[in-house]
Design a protein around this ligand. Structure first.
Ligand SMILES: Cc1ncc(COP(=O)(O)O)c(C=O)c1O
Length: 396
């Protein structure tokens, strides 16, 4: 139970939700910068590009037209239709707009799905390392994230065998991300088919977070909907569309779940930002897509520079990330305390990284996440700074 300063108590659930540990690193970075130090930021979980100009212009035009009212719990019809066309052109899928709900970010979609699928005392399987908020959303609805330790042997993803091994009496489904945060690991069509088989055999739910779709650099990033029309998909305008601060995402649900989802969304959110939805419509215009595809190329170039450079520094990167903008590096040669190590690298060498403890428990003290959400020039500076320390002394 958590206490407030006045001595009153807060709920047990809030006491069990962890903060983002990287915040301590970021706060220190701000202090150092205020004192005149230069910090290379490799900790951000968002693109370093401003939202593309046509999207901003569409948002401004919508405001100019006075479109400032609530917009309905499922989102504006034009955006749901645009997404339906996007699934047709991008994946060859026929998804009715009625199955697409606009949400306040993927975060809103995760909250909705947690509330829809999980009873108190039930849980969903998820990877450790993985996106930490997933288990916290389940905690909020009195459920639990059932963390499955994963490593390079399963490409940091769940598979049919792991699902079979870890499924418990109170498990109701599997929640995965592809490409994943923090590993950039992508699930192939075969991988998705295997997960779907395992979940169906247990009459469970398969939820796939596809928020980093569009940011794949090698093979295709298939949608789970290509192999399982009953799966739930979470997605967002935050990453590929570069709209983190607009707070807009979506989810695709099976037809029989839509009415209940909408009821929940009415109660939880009433509506998403109307301006953000009108702005997002411009994300599908060819001119905007050209900008977004150029940005994807920039991310690929950064990845291709940083992965070998990180390995050269002495970190182990057993799986080349295929998507998102992260590298999950094994730092066990240097540390057993990822948080303290990140603070030291910042303090002594001006490089901000995210400690593994932000992504779960499994080997979390020995891992760090590098985000390549800064320019190639800044990445080079970071590598130079770290080469000086890690290369020569073998650690700090
Ligand atoms: C895997 C994953 N899912 C969901 C989110 C939440 O994104 P948003 O609410 O901005 O759409 C993030 C953000 O970093 C993420 O990495």
């Amino acid at each position: 139970m958590t206490g407030s300063q006045s001595g009153r108590r807060f709920s047990r659930r809030v006491g069990e939700i962890e903060p983002f540990h990287v915040v301590e690193v970021l706060q220190r970075a701000t202090e150092l910068e205020a004192a005149g130090r230069d910090v290379v930021h490799l900790a951000a979980g968002e693109p370093d590009f401003a939202t593309a100009a046509p999207i901003i212009a569409a948002g401004q035009a919508s405001l100019g037209r006075g479109e400032t009212a609530y917009s309905g719990a499922a989102g504006i019809p034009a955006l749901r239709e645009a997404l339906s066309s996007f699934y047709a052109s991008q994946y060859g899928l026929d998804i009715s707009p009625s199955r697409i709900m606009i949400t306040p970010g993927a975060s809103g979609a995760l909250l909705l799905l947690s509330a829809l699928l999980v009873n108190p005392g039930e849980g969903m399987l998820m990877t450790d390392p993985g996106y930490p908020c997933n288990r916290h959303f389940l905690r909020l609805v009195e459920g639990e994230g059932q963390l499955v330790p994963v490593g390079a042997d399963t490409r940091y993803q769940l598979n049919e065998t792991l699902v079979a091994q870890h499924w418990r009496d109170n498990t109701v489904g599997v929640m995965v991300a592809s490409p994943a945060n923090p590993t950039g690991a992508v699930l192939s069509e075969d991988d998705l088919r295997g997960l779907s088989r395992a979940v169906r055999a247990r009459k469970g739910y398969l939820v796939v977070d596809e928020i980093y779709h569009g940011l794949g650099y090698d093979a295709a990033t298939p949608s789970v909907l290509q192999v399982d029309p009953d799966a739930f998909v979470i997605n967002s305008f935050s990453k590929y569309f570069g709209m983190t601060g607009w707070r807009l995402g979506w989810l695709v649900a099976p037809e029989d779940a839509v009415a209940e989802m909408e009821k929940l969304a009415q109660n939880l959110f009433i509506s998403m930002s109307t301006t953000a939805q009108h702005a997002a419509l411009a994300g599908f215009e060819p001119a905007t897509r050209d900008i977004l595809e150029q940005r994807r190329d920039v991310f690929r170039q950064r990845r291709d520079f940083l992965v070998p450079a990180v390995a050269q520094l002495g970190f182990d990167v057993p799986l080349k990330p295929q998507g998102a903008f992260y590298i999950y590096a094994d730092a066990s040669r240097f540390t057993n305390d990822s948080q303290a190590f990140c603070l030291k690298l910042l303090e002594q060498h001006g490089v901000a990284l995210t400690p593994g403890i932000d992504f779960g428990h499994h080997k979390a003290m020995q891992h760090l996440r590098f985000s390549y959400t800064t320019s190639l020039e800044r990445l080079e500076i970071a590598v130079e700074r770290l080469a000086g320390v890690l290369g020569e002394s073998g650690g700090l």
